[in-house]
Design a protein around this ligand. Structure first.
Ligand SMILES: NC(=O)c1ccc[n+]([C@@H]2O[C@H](COP(=O)([O-])OP(=O)(O)OC[C@H]3O[C@@H](n4cnc5c(N)ncnc54)[C@H](OP(=O)(O)O)[C@@H]3O)[C@@H](O)[C@H]2O)c1
Length: 253
């Protein structure tokens, strides 16, 4: 689906990938609904984009609070004359050896990355079905493809999201609903600010978001960001577990 002029909802729009998606989509004359918890940041972004002529609605909402999320999505659908595309982008990434993760960190990642993303997409889905078309986009991660040292919970929330998105893609293909899974490698955003120095192949957020938008417009099932890194990592899925464990454990602290 070409995104020019479309009505687009983005969760996690107060920072990083979501904020950049909003900026680039505003340049495509999209009507935007931006969701996150940080009201001040959303309002500042709204002001910036409105000054450039964009229609922007903002909702300070936690994706883990289903009722508030539902109200926000319904309101956005009404104000933007029907949603066309929904990005479930809000996420939390805490990469640490499993035994060092605190219970509240584990719960937060599962709640935001998995349950929050599922809630976002399943609340929007009936609205798109009613409209007769639409596109659902889940921001997953290359870390979902195999167990990543430090990513016991993060990787598994994203792997679960992949399975959910693939099932939706199959179930709704013949109902004109496209479903896209986005798998980025590391992107320079506040999420990676602490580990930036130790990571090779880190992408600037503007480049990453341009790749995401191109893939979404192309209606791809899976968008690798960048594509070559996704393909290379995906190949590792064919390595026998013993061999993969031996190699990956070399990177474990
Ligand atoms: N950066 C990377 O290297 C990378 C790589 C692969 C995948 N990803 C994925 O890309 C997505 C965006 O990450 P990012 O790098 O842009 O991170 P970020 O800069 O930390 O932004 C995360 C966004 O999620 C929102 N959020 C967090 N918890 C929320 C909640 N409970 N309810 C609503 N919004 C919530 C945050 O807003 P508030 O705090 O205002 O709520 C913020 O807008 C995530 O799904 C992440 O897993 C990132």
């Amino acid at each position: 689906m070409k995104l020019v002029g479309k009505s687009v909802l983005i969760t996690g729009a107060s920072s990083g990938v979501g904020e950049e998606l909003a900026r680039q989509l505003a340049k495509k004359q999209c009507k935007l609904a931006l969701l996150a918890r940080s009201k001040d940041k959303l309002q500042a972004l709204q002001k910036e984009l409105q000054a450039k002529g964009a229609q922007v609605e903002v909702y300070a909402v936690d994706v883990c609070e289903r009722e508030a999320l539902e109200q926000a999505i319904y309101s956005a659908h009404k104000k933007l004359d029907g949603l066309d595309v929904v990005f479930a982008n809000a996420g939390v990434g805490i990469l640490k050896p499993a035994h060092k993760l605190k219970p509240h960190q584990i719960e937060r990642m599962i709640e935001v990355n998995y349950v929050g993303a599922i809630n976002t997409l399943l609340i929007a889905l009936p609205l798109l079905l009613e409209k007769g078309q639409g596109q659902l986009v889940g921001i997953s991660s290359i870390a979902s493809l195999r167990g990543l040292p430090g990513g016991a919970i993060y990787s598994s929330t994203k792997a679960g999201l992949n399975a959910f998105l693939e099932t939706l893609r199959v179930e709704y293909r013949r109902k004109n609903i496209e479903v896209t899974t986005v798998c980025p490698g590391f992107i320079r955003t506040p999420m990676t600010a602490d580990i930036e120095d130790s990571i090779p192949f880190m992408l600037d957020v503007d480049k990453a978001v341009t790749i995401i938008i191109q893939g979404v417009e192309f209606g791809k099932a899976v968008v690798g960001v960048p594509g070559w890194l996704y393909n290379l990592t995906n190949l590792m899925r064919f390595l026998p577990s013993e061999l993969y464990t031996g190699i990956a454990s070399l990177f474990s602290k």
